[in-house]
Write a protein that binds this ligand. Structure first.
Ligand code: 13P
Length: 249
């Protein structure tokens, strides 16, 4: 049975002081969660966040990293830096990075492979635009993104990946995909993983849904057998996030 995983993606929000305040507020509220709990915080918040969550059930994630170990890449942060700082997860290929920072499928794939070198768990984001959905190419598009992200990733590593299905039209818009839409694509992703890695691996890999998840819709979404939790943006910035983490209570 796959354990559900609920991750907050804080995006570019919360100064280090604000991050500590939110963590202290949330710690007691999420401590009895049945799901894995991850806070993906801005890079500058990582070190205080790791310190503040030591000994708790909250793991810290990063929101991006570069695919080289070190060197002349001004402004970037590397996998060994994240590892050394105590990070456990890293979001890769978020649609905002693809859209605003020209991140390609090839770069995402290199980052996924680099994450494994340093024992970081990648949360790989995929999802279609509204136009692609209207053209009826959602499944083809998402399958392609999955295949490119997992290129040359062996089965042993593949089972550790978290895939986050985030329809771009549902991010930050208040428009959640219907449970049927979310489930259909998560199911198609699992089928694609089955083709790539076989049944056992495909049923081990966790697939999250992301896009306007909140305390009201989380339980319905996460109850679906192919939806193994959520990647939450806006609603992860408030104490209310606890009601998403505790969706099954
Ligand atoms: P919202 O929950 O704000 O729609 O953001 C979703 C997201 O992009 C999480 O990575």
């Amino acid at each position: 049975m796959r354990k559900k995983i609920v991750a907050g993606n804080w995006k570019m929000n919360k100064t280090p002081k604000e991050a500590l305040a939110l963590i202290e507020e949330l710690k007691p509220l999420v401590k009895d969660a049945d799901s894995d709990v991850v806070f993906c915080v801005p890079a500058i918040d990582i070190i205080p966040a790791v310190e503040a969550t030591k000994g708790t059930n909250i793991a810290i994630g990063a929101q991006n990293m570069y695919f080289e170990d070190n060197g002349a890449f001004t402004g970037e942060i590397s996998a060994p830096m994240l590892k050394d700082a105590g990070v456990q997860y890293v979001i890769l290929g978020h649609s905002e990075r693809r859209q605003y920072f020209n991140e390609t499928d090839e770069a995402v794939n290199k980052k996924v492979k680099k994450a494994f070198e340093y024992d970081l768990i990648p949360i790989v984001c995929v999802g279609e635009t509204l136009q692609q959905r209207e053209q009826g190419i959602t499944i083809d598009w998402v399958r392609m993104q999955v295949k490119k992200a997992f290129m040359d990733v062996n089965k042993e590593d593949a089972v550790k990946v978290i895939v986050a299905y985030e329809p771009i039209w549902a991010i930050g818009t208040g428009k959640t995909a219907t449970v049927e839409q979310a489930d259909e694509v998560c199911n198609a992703i699992r089928k694609c993983l089955f083709e790539l890695y076989g049944e056992e691996a495909a049923y081990s890999i966790r697939i999250q849904y992301g896009g306007s998840v909140n305390g009201k819709n989380a339980a319905e979404l996460f109850s679906k057998p192919d939806i193994d939790g959520g990647l939450v943006g806006g609603a992860s910035l408030k104490a209310d996030f606890a009601s998403i983490v505790n969706w099954d209570k």
